[in-house]
Write a protein that binds this ligand. Structure first.
Ligand SMILES: Cc1cc2nc3c(=O)[nH]c(=O)nc-3n(C[C@H](O)[C@H](O)[C@H](O)COP(=O)(O)OP(=O)(O)OC[C@H]3O[C@@H](n4cnc5c(N)ncnc54)[C@H](O)[C@@H]3O)c2cc1C
Ligand SMILES: *[C@@H]1O[C@H](CO)[C@@H](O)[C@H](O)[C@H]1NC(C)=O
Ligand SMILES: *[C@@H]1O[C@H](CO)[C@@H](O)[C@H](O)[C@H]1NC(C)=O
Ligand SMILES: *[C@@H]1O[C@H](CO)[C@@H](O)[C@H](O)[C@H]1NC(C)=O
Ligand SMILES: *[C@@H]1O[C@H](CO)[C@@H](O)[C@H](O)[C@H]1NC(C)=O
Ligand SMILES: *[C@@H]1O[C@H](CO)[C@@H](O)[C@H](O)[C@H]1NC(C)=O
Ligand SMILES: *[C@@H]1O[C@H](CO)[C@@H](O)[C@H](O)[C@H]1NC(C)=O
Length: 523
């Protein structure tokens, strides 16, 4: 491997000759800060807005820049018109048939609802446009550098003082080297597929029957629609949202569809799908499952096995160690580690507690799972913006490490392993987590007391609405969307719509004696 630190420092000599000397800045204003954000998806836009929302006096003279490698904002919701083929990675896992799997009013930034007449579970274009609208509405665009890929980032300094040296590739020009005081990573973890390797799979792949199609194994990041699977016999692996969605689409074209999931006593997501347990191994002719059952007619495996939590530009800069087996807090005093599911040690899933730099030097927005992204991104972003403005808001690293140890201990005591759970919040805790961030800032005088929790009451109700997806499907079948969506403008209107639809469908299912297991998608 190349020694990147050497490469960078050699490179910086060249670059520093090209850049205007920083000493030209007149120091009449209070000391300025330079803040870099990586990624213009939901999370990146949230932190950019929150920094700009700081009082004018506070952020006067700050240099704020957001680097986004793609041609526009929106993150995963921005389509990739020419997706790369394996082993090259596409820019996004988005596929043309993707609809949101959560009701869209719950996916909003606080105070910025979707436009009137947006379907409740819209196709991806609506969410893409929503992000563009947000960036335009709050004048974020001038701060965003599109077509700029962050290649590497290293801290040059010590635990109290220093600077990030960030190598950025401008797609139109050469690499540039920038210095920033604060680095905010908003690039999520849906980019690097987790690809398990099963014993015997290569032999199986090489042994396609002469009279049949060529056997294939493909991760869902490359999935673009069901047509490719027409008349194939497919095994979809995994029980996450992508695997469920892919299964429900593929079974419409495939000759046969199997769904391999850990808990195979759970009901199938759709009829016409044969549920199997986890794959044990492959033979030259068949797939063998852990219960000993065998499938011999399959010719395509789709791996809906999720993504690895990796941040390539921090790994390049030697700021993040990849240790798939790491499973204890032993490394906490050394630096930042990912075990591919969990990034640690972090304060509140946000600030790196690595001893190499100050605790507000490196922040992550949007690592959380099991929670609505846009609102929780804002809760985290406001916290980060204030902690950058005033480092004294955060307790000492030692205190924060103690807090982290206490929260891990609590998870163990509830029967969860924090190193496996990673950044999933327990269902009941997701709203308190966001409220706590706001309350902390209020207690320490950074935000005024306004008598309101961060999470609006109606958002807390939403997870209990079991019937929305099937209810909306029935509305679409009846063609009555205009009646439901008419006059729905404000957040409260949307909340009322969710309540009414949920009641309407719940009553109907009870009247008809329908019982659906939790999580069942019906198409
Ligand atoms: C297929 C799919 C469906 C989903 N459906 C839903 C849903 O229905 N409801 C829901 O709530 N959530 C859903 N999610 C979760 C979704 O990831 C979040 O809703 C949210 O959009 C994530 O935003 P983000 O900003 O954190 O990350 P992303 O959208 O991934 O944005 C990260 C950005 O960082 C950029 N970037 C990365 N590395 C670099 C670099 N080195 N230099 C410069 N730029 C970089 C990327 O180009 C990207 O634009 C879905 C996810 C997937 C994969
Ligand atoms: C970004 O690159 C695309 C080509 O990939 C180009 O069409 C677009 O104009 C570029 N945008 C900017 C702002 O440079
Ligand atoms: C960090 O570096 C700065 C500037 O070089 C120096 O003043 C300070 O004492 C150093 N701090 C520590 C903890 O070494
Ligand atoms: C598996 O799913 C069934 C049916 O939904 C459920 O009753 C059971 O508790 C689940 N088992 C595990 C180990 O999750
Ligand atoms: C690791 O966890 C243990 C038990 O929770 C705790 O006592 C200890 O202080 C932690 N160590 C570090 C380095 O955080
Ligand atoms: C995350 O959400 C899913 C779906 O709502 C749920 O099945 C799972 O139990 C949740 N995980 C945790 C840790 O709460
Ligand atoms: C910074 O935060 C500390 C701790 O809450 C507080 O005492 C101090 O007044 C704050 N400083 C400014 C400039 O707001």
């Amino acid at each position: 491997m190349v020694n990147l630190r050497q490469a960078i420092s050699g490179f910086s000599i060249i670059v520093s000759l090209l850049l205007p000397p920083a000493s030209h800045v007149q120091e009449v204003d209070p000391p300025t800060k330079s803040v870099a954000i990586v990624g213009a998806g939901s999370a990146g836009l949230a932190i950019l807005k929150s920094l700009l929302d700081l009082p004018e006096d506070t952020r006067k003279g700050w240099d704020i820049v957001l680097y986004e490698q793609r041609r526009d904002v929106g993150g995963i919701w921005l389509p990739d018109p020419n997706p790369a083929q394996p082993p090259e990675l596409p820019e996004t896992p988005l596929y043309p048939l993707l609809h949101t799997n959560t009701p869209v009013p719950t996916m909003t930034y606080p105070g910025f609802p979707f436009p009137p007449n947006t379907p409740l579970f819209p196709s991806h274009e609506h969410v893409e446009q929503y992000h563009r609208d947000y960036a335009n509405h709050f004048s974020l665009v001038p701060y965003i550098r599109l077509n700029h890929t962050v290649l590497s980032s290293s801290w040059i300094g010590n635990s109290t003082d220093g600077v990030w040296k960030v190598v950025v590739q401008d797609h139109n020009r050469n690499k540039i080297l920038k210095e920033h005081d604060h680095l905010i990573v908003a690039n999520e973890h849906n980019h690097i597929p987790r690809i398990p390797k099963f014993t015997g799979q290569d032999k199986w792949l090489r042994s396609s029957p002469r009279n049949g199609p060529k056997r294939e194994i493909l991760h869902s990041i490359w999935y673009r629609g069901p047509e490719r699977f027409r008349d194939r016999s497919v095994v979809v692996v995994g029980s996450g949202n992508s695997a469920q969605d892919v299964t429900s689409q593929v079974c419409l074209t495939a000759r046969r569809t199997y769904h391999s999931i850990r808990n195979h006593s759970a009901p199938p997501v759709v009829t016409d799908v044969i549920v199997k347990p986890e794959i044990s191994h492959f033979t030259s002719t068949s797939i063998v499952f852990v219960d000993g059952s065998i499938v011999s007619d399959a010719d395509f495996i789709i791996l809906g096995t999720g993504y690895e939590l990796r941040i390539p530009f921090l790994e390049e800069g030697y700021e993040l160690a990849v240790k798939p087996e790491a499973h204890t807090n032993e490394t906490y005093r050394e630096g930042l580690v990912t075990n591919l599911r969990y990034l640690f040690p972090l304060h509140q899933h946000i600030f790196s507690l690595s001893p190499s730099y100050p605790t507000n030097a490196l922040a992550f927005i949007g690592l959380l799972r099991n929670t609505s992204h846009c609102p929780s991104n804002i809760a985290q972003s406001v916290y980060v913006a204030h902690a950058i403005a005033n480092a004294s808001l955060l307790p000492d690293r030692e205190d924060l490490l103690q807090q982290l140890a206490a929260s891990e201990k609590r998870l163990y005591s509830l029967g969860y392993d924090p190193y496996y759970l990673g950044h999933s919040l327990l269902k009941w805790f997701q709203f308190d987590y966001q409220d706590n961030l706001k309350t902390y800032l209020q207690k320490h005088g950074a935000l005024p007391e306004d008598g309101k929790k961060f999470v609006e009451g109606w958002r807390r109700e939403a997870p209990d609405f079991q019937y929305l997806k099937r209810g909306w499907k029935r509305v679409e079948d009846l063609g009555t969307q205009p009646e439901w969506l008419g006059g729905i403008i404000t957040e409260e209107d949307w909340a009322g719509l969710l309540r009414r639809l949920n009641d309407w469908q719940g009553r109907w299912e009870k009247e008809h004696g329908l019982v659906y297991p939790a999580g069942l998608i019906s198409y």
